[in-house]
Design a protein around this ligand. Structure first.
Ligand SMILES: Cc1cc2nc3c(=O)[nH]c(=O)nc-3n(C[C@H](O)[C@H](O)[C@H](O)COP(=O)(O)O)c2cc1C
Length: 513
């Protein structure tokens, strides 16, 4: 039960912190000639093209991220068009741009360095228009490739200790992370990025599923080796990160688990040579679950998080009134989204716009590790520069009270510049939202896998906030940060918490993104 030995997560976390000195003393440089391929390619498997002209959901983006998910009691079986829509709007190519390093294929969800290390697979029974099998999704040609023929959903039900959403799902997506594709730039910090980049993608998956009338859920409790074997992964290079069951069938027998022999499928190497970062392999091994019993036990416990009482003045949040809410569809918003590269530092947003973003992001994710429903692991702290109706300063978001507590008043643009790794974006934004978590409490409850959970949750909430921001025609970008300086800035309130994620929100400079 290595998962319980939480020194592993602490070690990984401490060793991968950014600081003023770590950044200056790191001799790493980008070896463009050895840049990894952005796609996983199986040269010997015929593509099965997915339909491209798929009817859109037409559902308003803000509804898909903030209204109750479709009930999983009624039967809802996706067809091939739903599968195509969900995969495309989660990980598909939405734009393409030339750069000095070559062509960049931008995808539906934000991703650190535009390196797109998250791969998607599906494990499906027979669906309208798609035969049962285990498939890989390749966004480059919008096609599936059949890795195993037949219905392997019983294997996933077993691997998750019969997690109800997985056991009842006609199809389940498996998200994986490919170390080298991201570590080429970010080295051992990539394991954090797995959670962030998988999370932003999941925000889209959940939203498009909801818009398609299909329940979906994030499942983090599974026997790692079982999922990896089913996908025939070379686990020194690529590992399963989470499962997302889609749809529901109330009756119908789940097949018994089948033999899943090694396939040793050939794939095109990502680079001429790859560098392995043992810290990440150790972190992954130490946060793996080894048996159904361990999975059931892991999922069974609840996390009791006592909300802190406000000590200072509070501002009540109120999202945009219904009649003023934008009705752009989830598809329109995903296609429009693109991280802001330059913010207009003279611009401001309204308190109602910020409230809408906070509310949409924090309504509660459907996830097996967030029980009872509505639980949230990350706390949100803000640096407000220019929000009409709020004094500039540092704030804590009381989610259960829907208020912002003023921690300290003042202009903190210079501090934001520093905390966001000395980048101009957090200095010029209207507001920066920092995610911090009580790592000690979370690791005690979830073991090392809690580390995966906080990063993934932060990415998914951040992804929802991206969508809520672009739905309102504002701009956002994820950012990285100086870990301990963030905690110190928000202390004493944040004392003992760890920095997990950062999102800057504002108005793009006209003519820029
Ligand atoms: C978690 C996260 C952290 C990011 N950190 C930075 C950053 O520190 N600086 C930056 O300029 N962009 C950052 N980005 C933005 C990415 O570079 C951007 O998402 C990527 O280039 C893809 O482009 P797109 O979001 O416009 O589709 C971050 C994005 C995410 C999701």
């Amino acid at each position: 039960m290595e998962n319980r030995d939480i020194q592993a997560a602490w070690k990984y976390h401490d060793d991968t912190k950014h600081s003023y000195w770590s950044i200056r003393n790191n001799p790493h440089f980008l070896d463009w000639a050895n840049r990894p391929q952005p796609f996983k390619i199986y040269p010997n498997i015929e593509p099965l093209p997915l339909p491209r002209e798929v009817p859109q959901t037409g559902v308003a983006a803000l509804s898909t991220i903030s209204e109750p998910l479709p009930s999983s009691r009624a039967d809802s079986v996706p067809g091939v068009q739903d599968v195509a829509r969900i995969l495309y709007f989660s990980a598909g190519i939405t734009k393409q741009r030339k750069s000095p390093g070559g062509e960049i294929y931008f995808r539906a969800a934000a991703c650190t360095g535009a390196l797109y290390e998250i791969e998607l697979y599906i494990v499906t029974g027979d669906l309208p228009g798609l035969d049962a099998g285990v498939y890989h999704f390749n966004p480059a040609d919008v096609s599936l490739r059949l890795l195993r023929k037949g219905d392997f959903r019983g294997n996933l039900a077993q691997a998750t200790a019969r997690e109800p959403a997985v056991a009842g799902a006609p199809v389940t997506i498996i998200c994986t992370g490919t170390y080298w594709r991201n570590a080429w730039k970010y080295q051992a910090r990539t394991y954090r990025h797995f959670g962030w980049d998988n999370g932003t993608l999941l925000a889209n998956t959940l939203a498009v599923s909801a818009g398609s009338g299909l329940p979906s859920k994030i499942v983090l409790g599974f026997v790692d080796a079982e999922a990896n074997r089913l996908l025939d992964l070379d686990t020194r290079r690529e590992v399963s990160l989470c499962l997302v069951p889609i749809g529901h069938r109330s009756v119908g027998s789940l097949p018994t688990p089948r033999e899943a022999p090694a396939l040793s499928l050939e794939t095109i190497p990502l680079s001429r040579r790859e560098v392995e970062y043992p810290a990440m392999l150790e972190m992954h091994g130490a946060s793996s679950l080894g048996s159904e019993e361990e999975v059931a036990q892991w999922r069974g416990k609840q996390l009791i998080l006592a909300p802190s009482a406000p000590a200072g003045g509070e501002v009540q949040l109120q999202r945009l009134p219904e009649e003023e809410q934008p009705h752009d569809t989830i598809e329109q918003v995903i296609l429009r989204r693109g991280s802001t590269r330059i913010f207009d530092k003279t611009a401001s947003i309204t308190l109602a716009q910020l409230s809408t973003i906070l509310d949409c992001g924090t309504r509660g994710l459907p996830a097996d590790f967030l029980e009872p429903p509505g639980t949230q692991l990350n706390d949100l702290y803000l640096i407000v520069h220019s929000v009409r109706g709020l004094s500039p300063g540092a704030y804590f978001f009381h989610r259960e009270r829907n208020t912002l507590e003023l921690l300290k008043e003042g202009e903190f643009r210079a501090e934001a510049y520093h905390l966001g790794l000395e980048q101009q974006l957090p200095a010029d934004a209207c507001v920066n939202i920092f995610f911090l978590a009580d790592l000690k409490l979370i690791l005690e409850r979830y073991g090392n896998r809690g580390y995966r959970a906080i990063q993934l949750e932060a990415g998914a909430i951040g992804g929802r906030m991206y969508l809520a921001t672009y739905a309102q025609r504002l701009g956002a970008t994820g950012l990285t940060f100086f870990d301990d300086d963030v905690t110190n800035f928000f202390s004493p309130h944040a004392k003992g918490k760890s920095a997990v994620f950062l999102l800057a929100i504002g108005k793009p400079l006209t003519g820029a993104r």
